[in-house]
Design a protein around this ligand. Structure first.
Ligand SMILES: NCc1[nH]cc(CCC(=O)O)c1CC(=O)O
Ligand SMILES: [Mg+2]
Length: 330
Protein backbone atom coordinates (compact mmCIF):
# COMPACT_ATOMS: atom_id res chain seq x y z
CA UNK A 1 0.00 0.00 0.00
CA UNK A 2 2.35 2.69 -1.23
CA UNK A 3 0.08 5.18 -3.04
CA UNK A 4 -1.34 8.30 -1.40
CA UNK A 5 -0.02 9.96 1.64
CA UNK A 6 1.09 8.20 4.77
CA UNK A 7 -0.91 6.90 6.57
CA UNK A 8 -3.27 5.65 3.89
CA UNK A 9 -5.23 3.41 6.24
CA UNK A 10 -6.53 5.27 9.28
CA UNK A 11 -8.18 3.21 12.04
CA UNK A 12 -9.22 6.43 13.71
CA UNK A 13 -11.91 7.04 11.05
CA UNK A 14 -14.01 4.41 12.77
CA UNK A 15 -13.51 6.02 16.17
CA UNK A 16 -14.16 9.61 15.12
CA UNK A 17 -17.69 10.06 16.46
CA UNK A 18 -20.05 8.43 18.91
CA UNK A 19 -22.27 7.48 15.96
CA UNK A 20 -19.60 5.60 14.06
CA UNK A 21 -18.23 3.99 17.21
CA UNK A 22 -21.68 2.71 18.09
CA UNK A 23 -22.20 1.47 14.54
CA UNK A 24 -19.04 -0.65 14.49
CA UNK A 25 -19.27 -1.93 18.08
CA UNK A 26 -18.70 -5.69 17.89
CA UNK A 27 -20.41 -6.53 21.17
CA UNK A 28 -23.39 -5.28 23.11
CA UNK A 29 -24.85 -5.61 26.56
CA UNK A 30 -28.54 -5.75 27.38
CA UNK A 31 -30.36 -6.23 30.69
CA UNK A 32 -31.57 -9.67 29.55
CA UNK A 33 -27.92 -10.83 29.49
CA UNK A 34 -27.77 -10.54 33.25
CA UNK A 35 -28.65 -13.03 35.95
CA UNK A 36 -29.09 -11.19 39.25
CA UNK A 37 -27.99 -13.12 42.35
CA UNK A 38 -30.18 -12.42 45.38
CA UNK A 39 -29.72 -13.40 49.03
CA UNK A 40 -32.72 -14.26 51.18
CA UNK A 41 -32.85 -14.66 54.96
CA UNK A 42 -35.48 -15.51 57.56
CA UNK A 43 -37.43 -12.71 59.22
CA UNK A 44 -39.61 -9.83 58.22
CA UNK A 45 -39.18 -6.32 56.92
CA UNK A 46 -35.41 -6.34 57.19
CA UNK A 47 -32.46 -5.96 54.86
CA UNK A 48 -28.86 -6.21 55.95
CA UNK A 49 -25.96 -4.85 53.93
CA UNK A 50 -23.21 -7.39 53.39
CA UNK A 51 -20.13 -5.72 54.90
CA UNK A 52 -17.70 -6.87 52.19
CA UNK A 53 -20.25 -6.10 49.42
CA UNK A 54 -21.18 -2.40 49.67
CA UNK A 55 -24.75 -1.62 48.49
CA UNK A 56 -25.62 -5.32 48.34
CA UNK A 57 -28.11 -6.81 50.78
CA UNK A 58 -29.59 -9.92 52.26
CA UNK A 59 -33.36 -9.49 52.26
CA UNK A 60 -36.17 -11.06 54.21
CA UNK A 61 -38.66 -12.63 51.84
CA UNK A 62 -41.14 -9.73 51.91
CA UNK A 63 -38.43 -7.23 50.98
CA UNK A 64 -36.92 -9.60 48.45
CA UNK A 65 -40.11 -9.28 46.44
CA UNK A 66 -39.64 -5.51 46.32
CA UNK A 67 -36.07 -6.00 45.18
CA UNK A 68 -37.14 -8.41 42.43
CA UNK A 69 -39.73 -5.89 41.32
CA UNK A 70 -36.96 -3.32 40.84
CA UNK A 71 -34.85 -5.83 38.93
CA UNK A 72 -37.80 -6.62 36.69
CA UNK A 73 -38.44 -2.94 36.05
CA UNK A 74 -34.80 -2.57 35.03
CA UNK A 75 -35.36 -5.25 32.36
CA UNK A 76 -33.67 -8.16 34.12
CA UNK A 77 -35.36 -11.47 33.37
CA UNK A 78 -33.64 -13.85 35.69
CA UNK A 79 -32.74 -14.11 39.37
CA UNK A 80 -30.49 -16.65 41.05
CA UNK A 81 -31.61 -17.28 44.62
CA UNK A 82 -29.30 -18.05 47.55
CA UNK A 83 -30.68 -18.71 51.02
CA UNK A 84 -29.00 -18.01 54.35
CA UNK A 85 -29.68 -20.99 56.54
CA UNK A 86 -29.87 -20.56 60.34
CA UNK A 87 -26.97 -22.29 62.12
CA UNK A 88 -29.23 -24.69 64.04
CA UNK A 89 -30.65 -26.09 60.78
CA UNK A 90 -27.27 -27.15 59.41
CA UNK A 91 -26.05 -30.75 59.48
CA UNK A 92 -23.62 -32.98 57.61
CA UNK A 93 -26.22 -34.26 55.14
CA UNK A 94 -27.74 -30.90 54.31
CA UNK A 95 -31.18 -32.18 55.40
CA UNK A 96 -32.74 -28.72 55.48
CA UNK A 97 -31.99 -28.37 51.77
CA UNK A 98 -34.73 -30.93 51.08
CA UNK A 99 -37.37 -29.33 53.31
CA UNK A 100 -40.33 -28.45 51.05
CA UNK A 101 -41.11 -25.60 53.46
CA UNK A 102 -37.48 -24.44 53.66
CA UNK A 103 -36.52 -20.82 53.09
CA UNK A 104 -35.24 -21.48 49.55
CA UNK A 105 -38.41 -23.31 48.53
CA UNK A 106 -40.61 -20.57 50.02
CA UNK A 107 -38.57 -17.90 48.26
CA UNK A 108 -38.82 -19.67 44.89
CA UNK A 109 -42.59 -20.03 45.27
CA UNK A 110 -43.08 -16.43 46.31
CA UNK A 111 -40.99 -14.98 43.48
CA UNK A 112 -42.63 -17.26 40.91
CA UNK A 113 -46.12 -16.33 42.09
CA UNK A 114 -45.42 -12.60 42.21
CA UNK A 115 -43.48 -12.45 38.92
CA UNK A 116 -44.64 -15.24 36.60
CA UNK A 117 -42.48 -13.98 33.71
CA UNK A 118 -39.26 -14.05 35.69
CA UNK A 119 -36.90 -17.02 35.26
CA UNK A 120 -36.17 -18.25 38.77
CA UNK A 121 -32.86 -20.05 39.16
CA UNK A 122 -31.59 -21.68 42.34
CA UNK A 123 -28.12 -22.49 43.58
CA UNK A 124 -27.73 -26.21 44.19
CA UNK A 125 -24.96 -26.94 46.68
CA UNK A 126 -24.79 -28.17 50.21
CA UNK A 127 -22.44 -25.60 51.72
CA UNK A 128 -25.05 -23.16 53.09
CA UNK A 129 -26.81 -26.18 54.70
CA UNK A 130 -23.68 -28.03 55.80
CA UNK A 131 -22.40 -27.91 59.38
CA UNK A 132 -18.94 -28.20 57.78
CA UNK A 133 -19.51 -25.50 55.15
CA UNK A 134 -18.60 -27.98 52.41
CA UNK A 135 -20.40 -28.70 49.15
CA UNK A 136 -20.81 -32.38 49.94
CA UNK A 137 -21.16 -34.89 52.75
CA UNK A 138 -18.06 -35.23 54.91
CA UNK A 139 -16.77 -38.66 55.93
CA UNK A 140 -13.45 -39.03 57.74
CA UNK A 141 -12.41 -35.56 56.69
CA UNK A 142 -13.14 -36.26 53.00
CA UNK A 143 -15.90 -34.81 50.84
CA UNK A 144 -17.54 -37.92 49.41
CA UNK A 145 -18.79 -37.73 45.85
CA UNK A 146 -21.52 -40.22 45.04
CA UNK A 147 -23.52 -39.90 48.29
CA UNK A 148 -23.41 -36.12 47.86
CA UNK A 149 -24.69 -36.40 44.29
CA UNK A 150 -27.77 -38.24 45.58
CA UNK A 151 -28.59 -35.35 47.90
CA UNK A 152 -27.92 -32.77 45.17
CA UNK A 153 -30.27 -34.54 42.74
CA UNK A 154 -33.02 -34.54 45.39
CA UNK A 155 -32.35 -30.88 46.03
CA UNK A 156 -32.83 -30.12 42.34
CA UNK A 157 -36.19 -31.92 42.36
CA UNK A 158 -37.25 -30.08 45.51
CA UNK A 159 -36.43 -26.71 43.90
CA UNK A 160 -38.26 -27.72 40.73
CA UNK A 161 -41.32 -28.65 42.81
CA UNK A 162 -41.19 -25.18 44.36
CA UNK A 163 -41.23 -23.71 40.85
CA UNK A 164 -37.60 -23.12 39.85
CA UNK A 165 -37.33 -22.76 36.07
CA UNK A 166 -33.68 -23.69 36.09
CA UNK A 167 -31.39 -25.17 38.72
CA UNK A 168 -27.74 -24.19 39.01
CA UNK A 169 -25.50 -26.82 40.61
CA UNK A 170 -22.38 -25.11 42.01
CA UNK A 171 -20.87 -28.03 43.90
CA UNK A 172 -18.37 -29.55 41.40
CA UNK A 173 -19.10 -33.17 42.34
CA UNK A 174 -18.51 -35.59 39.45
CA UNK A 175 -21.54 -36.92 37.61
CA UNK A 176 -24.07 -34.66 39.23
CA UNK A 177 -25.46 -33.20 36.01
CA UNK A 178 -26.44 -36.59 34.63
CA UNK A 179 -27.89 -37.68 37.97
CA UNK A 180 -29.85 -34.45 38.28
CA UNK A 181 -31.21 -34.64 34.74
CA UNK A 182 -32.40 -38.17 35.38
CA UNK A 183 -33.98 -37.28 38.74
CA UNK A 184 -35.74 -34.25 37.29
CA UNK A 185 -37.08 -36.23 34.33
CA UNK A 186 -38.29 -39.06 36.55
CA UNK A 187 -40.15 -36.59 38.72
CA UNK A 188 -41.85 -35.08 35.67
CA UNK A 189 -39.70 -31.97 35.43
CA UNK A 190 -38.31 -32.54 31.97
CA UNK A 191 -38.71 -28.83 31.22
CA UNK A 192 -36.70 -27.65 34.20
CA UNK A 193 -33.29 -26.55 32.92
CA UNK A 194 -29.82 -27.04 34.33
CA UNK A 195 -27.19 -24.32 34.31
CA UNK A 196 -24.04 -26.15 35.38
CA UNK A 197 -21.21 -24.42 37.15
CA UNK A 198 -18.91 -26.57 35.03
CA UNK A 199 -15.55 -24.88 35.44
CA UNK A 200 -15.66 -23.56 38.97
CA UNK A 201 -12.26 -22.75 40.37
CA UNK A 202 -11.05 -22.97 43.97
CA UNK A 203 -10.95 -19.21 44.27
CA UNK A 204 -10.25 -16.67 47.00
CA UNK A 205 -12.63 -14.34 45.17
CA UNK A 206 -15.61 -16.07 46.85
CA UNK A 207 -14.72 -14.57 50.25
CA UNK A 208 -17.45 -11.87 50.41
CA UNK A 209 -20.13 -14.38 49.31
CA UNK A 210 -19.17 -16.66 52.18
CA UNK A 211 -19.60 -13.66 54.50
CA UNK A 212 -23.06 -13.11 53.03
CA UNK A 213 -24.22 -16.66 53.73
CA UNK A 214 -21.89 -17.47 56.61
CA UNK A 215 -20.85 -20.52 54.59
CA UNK A 216 -17.04 -20.59 54.77
CA UNK A 217 -15.62 -24.13 55.05
CA UNK A 218 -15.18 -25.13 58.70
CA UNK A 219 -12.03 -27.09 57.93
CA UNK A 220 -9.64 -27.31 55.01
CA UNK A 221 -10.46 -25.82 51.63
CA UNK A 222 -12.38 -26.78 48.49
CA UNK A 223 -9.41 -27.79 46.37
CA UNK A 224 -10.36 -31.48 46.13
CA UNK A 225 -13.48 -30.57 44.16
CA UNK A 226 -13.15 -27.03 42.78
CA UNK A 227 -10.58 -26.55 40.02
CA UNK A 228 -6.95 -25.50 40.17
CA UNK A 229 -6.48 -21.96 38.76
CA UNK A 230 -3.53 -23.23 36.70
CA UNK A 231 -5.76 -25.20 34.34
CA UNK A 232 -7.67 -24.37 31.20
CA UNK A 233 -7.82 -27.64 29.22
CA UNK A 234 -9.41 -29.25 32.25
CA UNK A 235 -12.15 -26.59 32.12
CA UNK A 236 -12.93 -27.61 28.55
CA UNK A 237 -13.12 -31.24 29.65
CA UNK A 238 -15.49 -30.41 32.53
CA UNK A 239 -17.75 -28.26 30.35
CA UNK A 240 -17.83 -30.85 27.57
CA UNK A 241 -18.77 -33.60 30.04
CA UNK A 242 -21.54 -31.47 31.55
CA UNK A 243 -22.89 -30.76 28.08
CA UNK A 244 -22.93 -34.51 27.36
CA UNK A 245 -24.65 -35.18 30.69
CA UNK A 246 -27.43 -32.78 29.73
CA UNK A 247 -26.50 -29.30 30.94
CA UNK A 248 -28.53 -26.64 29.11
CA UNK A 249 -26.04 -23.89 29.93
CA UNK A 250 -22.45 -24.24 31.17
CA UNK A 251 -20.74 -21.71 33.38
CA UNK A 252 -17.23 -20.49 34.11
CA UNK A 253 -16.52 -19.02 37.53
CA UNK A 254 -14.98 -16.63 38.61
CA UNK A 255 -15.07 -14.19 35.71
CA UNK A 256 -12.50 -11.43 35.39
CA UNK A 257 -9.34 -13.51 36.02
CA UNK A 258 -10.69 -16.35 33.81
CA UNK A 259 -11.62 -14.74 30.49
CA UNK A 260 -9.32 -17.12 28.61
CA UNK A 261 -11.32 -20.00 30.09
CA UNK A 262 -14.58 -18.45 28.88
CA UNK A 263 -13.13 -18.24 25.38
CA UNK A 264 -11.76 -21.79 25.42
CA UNK A 265 -15.06 -23.24 26.65
CA UNK A 266 -17.06 -21.19 24.15
CA UNK A 267 -15.10 -22.65 21.27
CA UNK A 268 -15.77 -26.24 22.35
CA UNK A 269 -19.41 -26.41 23.43
CA UNK A 270 -22.60 -25.67 21.55
CA UNK A 271 -24.75 -24.73 24.55
CA UNK A 272 -24.81 -21.13 25.81
CA UNK A 273 -21.92 -20.13 28.05
CA UNK A 274 -22.45 -18.17 31.18
CA UNK A 275 -19.86 -16.49 33.40
CA UNK A 276 -20.09 -15.60 37.10
CA UNK A 277 -18.69 -12.17 37.96
CA UNK A 278 -18.24 -13.20 41.58
CA UNK A 279 -18.48 -11.43 44.93
CA UNK A 280 -14.75 -10.69 45.24
CA UNK A 281 -14.68 -9.04 41.83
CA UNK A 282 -17.60 -6.87 42.89
CA UNK A 283 -15.90 -6.04 46.21
CA UNK A 284 -12.67 -5.13 44.46
CA UNK A 285 -14.23 -2.61 42.09
CA UNK A 286 -16.51 -1.20 44.80
CA UNK A 287 -13.61 -0.70 47.22
CA UNK A 288 -11.45 1.08 44.66
CA UNK A 289 -14.41 3.25 43.65
CA UNK A 290 -15.12 4.14 47.29
CA UNK A 291 -11.55 5.34 47.60
CA UNK A 292 -12.00 7.45 44.49
CA UNK A 293 -9.35 5.47 42.68
CA UNK A 294 -11.58 4.11 39.92
CA UNK A 295 -14.74 5.39 38.25
CA UNK A 296 -17.33 2.83 39.34
CA UNK A 297 -19.70 3.10 36.40
CA UNK A 298 -16.94 3.04 33.81
CA UNK A 299 -15.09 0.04 35.24
CA UNK A 300 -18.35 -1.83 35.78
CA UNK A 301 -19.38 -1.45 32.12
CA UNK A 302 -15.86 -2.24 30.90
CA UNK A 303 -15.71 -5.45 32.97
CA UNK A 304 -19.14 -6.53 31.69
CA UNK A 305 -18.43 -5.93 28.00
CA UNK A 306 -15.17 -7.85 28.53
CA UNK A 307 -17.21 -10.94 29.36
CA UNK A 308 -19.21 -10.64 26.15
CA UNK A 309 -16.04 -10.14 24.14
CA UNK A 310 -14.52 -13.26 25.74
CA UNK A 311 -17.54 -15.24 24.53
CA UNK A 312 -20.03 -15.22 27.42
CA UNK A 313 -23.68 -15.29 26.42
CA UNK A 314 -24.93 -14.65 29.96
CA UNK A 315 -23.44 -12.93 32.98
CA UNK A 316 -24.33 -13.57 36.60
CA UNK A 317 -23.36 -10.33 38.30
CA UNK A 318 -24.01 -8.25 41.40
CA UNK A 319 -23.89 -5.26 39.04
CA UNK A 320 -27.00 -6.47 37.17
CA UNK A 321 -29.32 -3.71 38.38
CA UNK A 322 -26.82 -0.84 38.22
CA UNK A 323 -25.59 -1.85 34.77
CA UNK A 324 -29.16 -2.22 33.47
CA UNK A 325 -29.94 1.28 34.67
CA UNK A 326 -26.94 2.58 32.73
CA UNK A 327 -28.06 0.68 29.64
CA UNK A 328 -31.61 2.00 30.02
CA UNK A 329 -30.28 5.52 30.41
CA UNK A 330 -32.00 5.89 33.81
N1 LIG B 1 -21.24 -23.50 46.44
C1 LIG B 1 -21.90 -22.33 46.77
C2 LIG B 1 -21.52 -21.13 45.96
N2 LIG B 1 -22.30 -20.71 44.95
C3 LIG B 1 -21.76 -19.51 44.49
C4 LIG B 1 -20.61 -19.22 45.22
C5 LIG B 1 -19.72 -18.02 45.09
C6 LIG B 1 -20.37 -16.81 44.50
C7 LIG B 1 -19.62 -15.53 44.67
O1 LIG B 1 -18.52 -15.45 45.23
O2 LIG B 1 -20.16 -14.51 44.21
C8 LIG B 1 -20.42 -20.27 46.15
C9 LIG B 1 -19.33 -20.27 47.13
C10 LIG B 1 -18.38 -21.38 47.22
O3 LIG B 1 -18.35 -22.30 46.39
O4 LIG B 1 -17.63 -21.39 48.19
MG1 LIG C 1 -17.57 -31.78 36.54
Amino acid sequence: MTHGQFPYIRGRRLRASAAVRRMVAEHDLKPADFIAPVFVMEGEDEKIEIPSMPDYYRHTLDLLLEEVKELKEAGIQSVLIFAKVPEEKKDNKGSEALNPGGLMQRAVRAVRDAFPGMLVMTDIAMDPYSSYGHDGIVEDGEIVNDESVEVLAKMAVSHAEAGAGMVAPSDMMDGRIGAMREALDEAGFEHTGIMAYSAKYASAYYGPFRDALDSAPGFGDKKTYQMDPSNVREAVKEATLDEQEGADIVMVKPGMPYLDVVRAVKEQVSVPVSVYNVSGEYAMLKAAAEKGWLDEEEVMMEALIGFKRAGADLIATYFAKDASKVLNGS
